[in-house]
Every structure is written in C-alpha cells, then in structure tokens.
Design a binder for this molecule. Structure first.
Ligand code: PLP
Length: 402
C-alpha cells in the first residue's frame, strides 16, 4: 500500500486508536506500554482527565483570535512560567524548532540593538539537535540533515562538548551567543557536566554573550526539576521549551530575561498560531499538575528507581546493554546490539521505546508513570534482552557448525 504522506519517516507498522495514562491501544488489538511518550511530549500520559477537560472546555469557548488581541490564558501561562523560572518574558510558538528560531533571532537582535549587528554568530555543540528548520539544522550542524538543502544558514560554529580550548578559540568579535542542550536528547541522552556549564556561563559573562539553553526535551519536569538548568547551578539568558509543555498539544515557548529580550520590540517577530487559546488552556492545565506540591519530587524518585532497575538489567545482560545514562525520567541505554534492533525487540514485548544517536535507546515515560508500570517496563526489557541473547546464541552456534 502506498501512502500519500511524504515518505520522510520510516514508520513502524503500528497505529493506535486510544490511550490511557502510560498505555496505548493498538489497532492490532494489543496494549502497549508507552515509554516513548510521543518523544517526551505526553508528559502526563494519554487522555489525562485534567487536560481533556481543559481542552474541551476551551474548545466550546474560543479556539483562535490571533495575536492582534489580548489572550488572557496566554498571559496567565506566561506569568506562571516567569514566576517559576529565571525568565521575565515569554514568546509562544507552535513547535520546538520555532522556539529555537525565536531564541536565535533574539540573541542576534540583542547585539544589533546595542549597535553591534556584526555579532550574529552562535556557538553550538557536536551531537546537538535543535530542530529541522533551515536555521536550526545549521545550528545542529549534522551533515545528514543539512545535505541537499542549499547553503547552510550562516552564523553557526560548532565545537565538541567539554572542549573548553576549542570553545575559547572559536569565540570571536562576531559571536553573539552559546547554545546548548543541558542533556542532549536526540544525540543520545548525553549529560553536559555542571563544570562545563559553569565555564559556559563565565565565558558568556566575560565576553558579553548570551547563554541559550535548549530545554525542548529536558524541560517541564522531564529530569525531575521543572527545568534541567535548575540542577546545573547555572542560569541561561534565553531558554527554548516545547515537547512536554503542551502534553501532546503542539506548542513551544521561548523564555528570556528582560535584558536578553530587549531588542524584540513591536513588529520584530511574530506567529499566527503561536499562543492560541487552545494551546494556552492546555499549557496551563499541564502546569496545574506538574507544579502541584510533590509532583516533581515524585518524578525524581521514580527516575532513581528506574535508573537502579536499568542498572540491574545492564549487569544481567552485558552482551546487550553497555551503559545506563540520564536523569529523572529521561533515561538512555547504550546498547551493544544496534539500537534499532533493541527497539524492535522491546516492541515485540509491547513496550514502546525510542532510538537516539550514539546507539542509545531512550526511555521517556510519561511523568505520571507508576512504580508498577516501571517494574512492568523493566520486565519487558528483560524479556527483550533474553530474546536478543537467544538469537546471539543461535547465531554463535550456527557459526560453530559452519
Ligand atoms: C525535539 C527537539 C527540537 C525540535 O522540536 P520540534 O517541535 O520537532 O521542532 C529541538 N531541540 C531539542 C532538544 C529537541 O529535543
């Protein structure tokens, strides 16, 4: 069967008709434990009653008015984000890439408004992922995403994470900002050390640069903090957010200090859909749950439990799992076998996981996941490892016979 969809995705032969909490019900009649959460998006799982209510209630009132008018739900969500972060102002977008576009434009405009339009270059880090627009593929710097799309957007310099010498060498009179994910998501759940984060902050302060954190994947409770920067001891000037913030409703946000945002005056940036009442109603509902007393502490506790159980699996299956990494409910397993094979083996056990760079498999369960669900997932991974080992053994025997 040929699909009329542009074939830019190698989709699994699987679709779902409904979801509930961490469970997805496939059209194949099977029930799947969802430890991918739509790539860290369904922060509160599927069909969370509070989100369903917020969305349906707003849907009966008003869907869209445009940013030519006041949007009280958006004012409220921005106020709550500001109250709970370093930021003073918020711009709402529809996606992560657009949140990063806003961040990039803001950093450039900051210097232009200060009389330094020549300061437009942004330093990014190897293994980064910042989105698929023309500017964000240039920021991410991955050849496979850049190839064939014409000249790379000018103004991005890339250095390896933790390479202070290379970083210092690349900062010049045209540099405007440094941009980094506190934990690389697509790159393979790779945590940037707090020591390196502190170096970034002090380099920014020393050279008058802005520090941009891409918290599109790490934000909104994923790591056990509302935002991952809170556990780094370092505060950015600009931060992009998306994925979990809408709990499955498409939305993003660019947060900034008043100083970093001072170039962004009337008319300098815009969006038709960003911050519309439907998105804002859901965003507020997501925060109602995540900011409730004790919720993030629970994420932290469950993250530690999951990590501990995964470490046991690694010890049990050294020919399958090489490394356990991550923070909170953003976990990665670097696998010995190809990570795609591991994801497929887990899916055979009705557990949904997601691949990443560095031959890593990501576990990104909804933050509402229960201890029993974690045990369930661990048992399914155990079974998947056993199946892979059985195959390894069969292969070895075949080799011995030949
Ligand atoms: C997913 C992601 C993006 C891109 O978000 P989209 O909504 O797909 O545009 C950017 N940065 C990071 C860190 C991400 O995980």
């Amino acid at each position: 069967m040929t699909s009329p969809l542009l074939p830019t995705y190698a989709r699994a032969e699987l679709s779902f008709e409904k979801g509930e909490g961490p469970w997805l019900y496939g059209r194949d009649g099977e029930r799947y434990l969802d430890f991918g959460a739509g790539i860290a998006v369904n922060a509160l799982g599927h069909a969370h009653p509070h989100l369903v209510q917020a969305l349906t209630e707003q849907a009966t009132k008003v869907w869209h008015t445009s940013n030519l008018f006041q949007i009280p739900e958006g004012e409220r969500l921005a106020k709550r984000l500001v109250e709970n972060t370093f930021a003073d102002v918020v711009f709402f977008s529809n996606s992560g890439a657009e949140a990063n576009e806003a961040a990039i434009k803001m950093a450039r405009k900051y210097h232009a408004a200060k009389g330094h339009p020549e300061r437009f270059r942004i330093v990014t880090f190897e293994g980064a992922f910042h989105g698929r627009t023309l500017a964000t593929i240039a920021a991410g710097g991955q050849a496979k995403y850049l190839e064939g799309f014409g000249p790379k957007v000018e103004g991005f310099d890339q250095v390896p994470v933790d390479d202070l010498k290379a970083l210092k060498a690349v900062i010049g009179p045209e540099t405007a900002a440094l941009m980094i994910e506190p934990i690389q998501g697509e790159g393979g759940v790779r945590t940037v050390s707090n020591a390196f984060m502190r170096e970034l902050r002090s380099l920014c302060d020393e050279h008058g640069l802005l520090l941009i954190f891409d918290e599109i994947q790490t934000g909104v409770g994923r790591t056990g903090k509302l935002f991952a920067y809170e556990s780094t001891g370092v505060t950015p000037d600009i931060m992009s957010v998306a994925k979990g913030i809408g709990g499955g409703f498409p939305m993003g946000a660019c947060l900034a200090t008043a100083d970093a945002a001072k170039g962004m005056t009337v008319g300098t940036h815009g969006t038709t859909f960003g911050g519309n009442p439907l998105a804002m109603a859901v965003g507020n509902a997501v925060l109602d749950v995540i900011l409730a007393p004790g919720f993030l502490k629970e994420v932290e506790r469950k993250g530690l439990l999951l990590k501990q159980r995964l470490a046991e699996l690694k010890d049990r299956h050294p020919s399958v799992i090489a490394d356990v990494r991550g923070q909170g409910l953003m976990m990665g397993l670097r696998t010995v076998v190809p990570n795609t094979e591991f994801v497929t083996a887990a899916r055979a056990e009705k557990l949904l996981l997601i691949g990443a760079g560095d031959n890593v498999v990501r576990l990104l369960p909804p933050l509402i996941v229960g201890d029993a669900d974690i045990s369930d997932a661990v048992n399914r991974i155990d079974a998947a490892c056993l199946a892979i080992e059985a195959e390894q053994k069969a292969h070895a025997q075949q080799g011995a016979v030949q």
